[in-house]
Write a protein that binds this ligand. Structure first.
Ligand code: NAD
Length: 462
């Protein structure tokens, strides 16, 4: 049982302004594993004050190379604490230890490395020809920024946002989700260790009310939000009303299109780790699998066998593929979608409930639905759990139509022996990041973000 009694505000470990606390509950055992302070409005005020001072402090005045060195140091320090970070994220949200070291720690470190490289080469100042003489265009720090972080890949989302802020010289106030406050304590220690100038970062774990207070705060100039589409609409509305810049990275319901020449033996083993990534709690997961009608039964059988073979259980056991869902409410939500799938006439081809023999923890069996129509709830709404749907299509045009018949547009993939045919499909799907014979979730140095209800703006890349 870990207990913390301070918050990281402006580079100092300070007593919180209230006695409110967050209990962290293990999704695998349902036991309380930690108690930490919950940040309140007074703490946000302090963080904004520190960040405002930091804007006039040493960090934003560093050269791009000096800022890049700091970001690279941050990446190295994350790698040095890799085991500790991965174990902590597994403990707080159930990320399987077969994936967490890579997905929850190494990937964020690579994102920071990407930002460091970009900071060295990006043109922060350039002289452009103008009608009345040369024009000096300067890219300046946006001001005080806020990063609102979801619980599924907490350090990764921090890397997307904080990397950009540190590249540009903007102080950032991070607000982790109440489900995952613990990794933020390690991040605070790392920021101390690399001697990031004071004021540049605060870490305030709290719920949505305090998040909203931070978004509305007159001292905050830019909001980077990652989370559900519902909360993103709210944050976007507030930013619109207050004319603040904001970037929204929201949900997804991405389609993997199997063309009729697909080699299932090659495709399915590559697709599974994406579709069930992080226990199915990934915004970029390929959760609708589109199969040609001519090969539909064969695809369902092959996927059914692959889904049934996924191991479920203790996320600290590295032989396990799928751990628990983050919270009881999330488990119940996912089971509710499975019931809805059945009620709307889809057929369970694998899984379909709680795993037998596991009597505690918020586990759901990896589940495959067949006989799914794209109008069904399980094909339209983001489930955020280990539940996949296989849909039949007639020809590639029909596949593209079904892929695009979604409120979302975050990721997607096409699986084929004919790369040109794959590129043709890729060009026609309205989505952010697309993979051909891979799940193409994102690349650390290239833009990432969504179309439609998957978000506004892009993270990563220049
Ligand atoms: P959530 O929207 O409930 O919460 C996300 C974060 O926003 C949390 O820190 C929460 O406290 C905060 N928040 C919620 N309402 C707020 C408000 N009104 N004002 C300010 N802050 C508020 O989402 P979640 O359940 O934590 O995360 C899962 C969701 O995140 C999924 O829908 C998933 O697809 C999405 N996600 C998207 C991406 C992406 O890059 N597109 C990445 C990861 C997760």
């Amino acid at each position: 049982m870990q207990t913390k009694d301070t918050l990281y505000i402006g580079g100092e470990w300070v007593a919180p302004s209230t006695s409110n606390t967050i209990e962290v509950i293990s999704p695998a055992t349902e036991e309380v594993i930690a108690r930490v302070p919950e940040a309140a409005e007074g703490d946000v005020d302090k963080a904004v004050e520190a960040a405002t001072s930091a804007l006039a402090g040493p960090y934003p005045a560093l050269t791009p190379d000096e800022r890049a060195d700091m970001i690279a140091k941050l990446s190295q320090a994350i790698q040095a604490r890799s085991a500790d970070l991965a174990d902590t994220i597994t403990a707080e949200m159930g990320s399987p230890s077969s994936w967490a070291p890579m997905g929850q720690v190494f990937a964020p470190s690579m994102v920071f490395d990407g930002w460091a490289d970009l900071t060295r080469t990006f043109s922060f100042e350039e002289i452009r020809p103008g009608a009345m003489g040369p024009v000096l265009v300067r890219k300046e720090p946006v001001g005080v920024s806020a990063g609102i972080i979801p619980w599924n890949v907490p350090l990764f989302i921090v890397a997307l946002k904080l990397g950009a802020a540190l590249a540009a010289g903007s102080p950032m106030i991070l607000k982790p989700s109440p489900e995952t406050p613990l990794d933020g304590y390690i991040l605070g220690e790392i920021l101390d260790e690399i001697e990031l100038p004071k004021g540049m970062v605060s870490i305030l774990p709290a719920g949505r009310e305090v998040g909203e207070y931070l978004v509305r705060h007159p001292g905050v100039d830019k909001v980077g939000f990652t989370g559900s589409t519902a909360a993103g609409r709210k944050v976007g509305a507030i930013c619109g009303e207050l004319l603040k810049r904001c970037t929204l990275e929201l949900g997804g319901k991405s389609a993997a299109i199997m063309l009729d020449d697909v080699d299932l033996d090659a495709a399915i083993p590559m697709l599974m780790p994406n579709s069930f990534m992080n226990n199915g709690q990934a915004c970029v997961a390929q959760t609708r699998i589109l199969a040609p009608s001519s090969r539909y039964d064969e695809v369902v059988d092959a996927l059914g066998a692959a889904v049934s073979s996924q191991t479920v259980g203790d996320p600290t056991d590295p032989s396990i593929a799928i751990g628990p869902l983050v919270a009881e409410r999330q488990r119940d939500r996912v089971l509710g979608y499975i019931e809805k799938g059945r009620a709307e006439g889809a057929k369970v081809a694998a899984g379909g409930g709680r795993p037998a023999g596991i009597d505690r923890g918020w586990f759901v069996e990896p589940t495959l639905f067949a006989g799914v129509d794209n109008g069904m709830t399980i094909a339209q709404e983001e489930i955020f759990g280990p539940v996949l749907a296989v849909l039949p299509y007639d020809d590639p045009d029909d596949a593209v139509r079904i892929a695009n018949d979604s409120d979302y547009g975050l990721s997607g993939s096409v699986w084929t022996s004919d790369v040109e045919a794959g590129i043709d499909v890729a060009r026609r799907v309205r989505t952010g990041t697309y993979g051909i014979n891979q799940f193409g979730t994102l690349d650390m140095r290239h833009p990432f973000g969504g179309f439609k209800a998957s978000g506004v703006g892009r993270g990563l890349g220049p």
